[in-house]
Design a protein around this ligand. Structure first.
Ligand code: ZN
Length: 325
């Protein structure tokens, strides 16, 4: 079965048709804040983000906020009503995630309703069915190349997105475009087919372009986040901690001024107490000055635009886990 195409406002523009945003890199570098203390992590379940900007401009039929509890549901619905006139639908997560729902929202009620039907089928299915993934992805405005790549992922990575992102960064050990940082509010919420996917970058650019006039403060903030080293949780993705003022003092050693955490991983509280990380093959040792205060083994990986740490280790480890040995 193939999910019907979104009915929204005519056909979606292809990313190559998006207005050229040649000045984006210029804007990007101008936006970097001088004061790292001014950076905040916005609520990723808020809907006033890049995804909503893309939706307002007809590039994304439906938006999705996953795994909301009752309080977030009420808040989310209220925001949808204010921002879009109330086209929202809730889909219950399966029985192993009791009490949690996904919120779908968009300007066209028919799209939201049909996307909710596809999502419900996807959540109930015991396997990741490519037809449903591609159908859902079309509603969310995800690039076809990335959806194709997602369908071909091994089951281990599909179920452990933190590991998939560790592998993705490791595939391109040198610098990548900072805008591809998956932990900013600019990201379009899908796993890119590669760390330099041009279609993903075009979506990020389009969102940033809209935000530069509609939400300039948020854009500034998110661009600043995009250049920070980020420690992310392999097991509870997308929990992460920004390392503000992060620098590589010597190969494999990151120093930072302040860590700000997002998401529920309690180990991040410890990062806030330290100022130096030594990174070696999946093993992150944390120090405050010269005092060791914590050690995390195969628990966190680091995303930084300047380089991938221990890329050979991550590529090997993901393959080893994917094949169950
Ligand atoms: Zn792609």
């Amino acid at each position: 079965m193939t999910a019907p195409l979104p009915t929204g406002k005519g056909p979606l523009p292809t990313v190559t048709a998006i207005t050229a945003v040649g000045s984006m890199m210029e804007l990007f570098w101008c936006c970097l804040p001088k004061d790292p203390d001014s950076v905040v992590i916005s609520n990723r379940f808020a809907i006033e983000d890049s995804g909503l900007a893309l939706m307002r401009h007809g590039m994304r039929p439906v938006g999705l906020a996953e795994c909301l509890g009752p309080a977030s549901c009420a808040e989310g619905e209220d925001r949808v009503r204010k921002a879009l006139g109330g086209k929202a639908a809730f889909v219950r997560r399966p029985a192993d995630q009791p009490g949690l729902v996904d919120l779908l929202y968009g300007p066209e009620e028919a799209d939201v309703r049909e996307a909710a039907r596809v999502l419900d089928e996807l959540l109930q299915a015991k396997t990741h069915r490519p037809d449903l993934i591609k159908g859902m992805g079309a509603y969310l405005g995800y690039p076809a190349c990335c959806l194709e790549a997602f369908c071909e992922l091994n089951e281990f990575e599909k179920r452990n997105l933190g590991w998939a992102y560790a592998r993705l960064r490791a595939e391109c050990p040198g610098p990548v475009d900072p805008r591809q940082n998956p932990f900013t509010g600019l990201k379009p919420y899908h796993l890119p087919c590669g760390p330099n996917c041009a279609e993903t970058l075009a979506l990020i650019d389009a969102a940033a372009c809209f935000m530069s006039s509609e939400a300039p403060a948020m854009l500034t903030n998110e661009l600043a986040i995009s250049t920070c080293p980020i420690v992310f949780s392999l097991g509870s993705f997308p929990s992460f901690s920004l390392l503000l003022g992060g620098k590589e003092q010597q190969p494999g050693t990151l120093t930072y001024q302040r860590a700000i955490a997002f998401g529920g991983d309690p180990a991040f509280a410890l990062l806030a107490k330290g100022n130096r990380l030594e990174i070696h093959e999946g093993d992150l040792s944390l120090f405050s000055g010269n005092v060791p205060i914590g050690r995390f083994v195969d628990q966190f990986a680091v995303w930084w635009w300047r380089k991938a740490f221990d890329h050979e280790y991550w590529l090997g480890e993901v393959m080893r886990r994917a094949h169950g040995h």
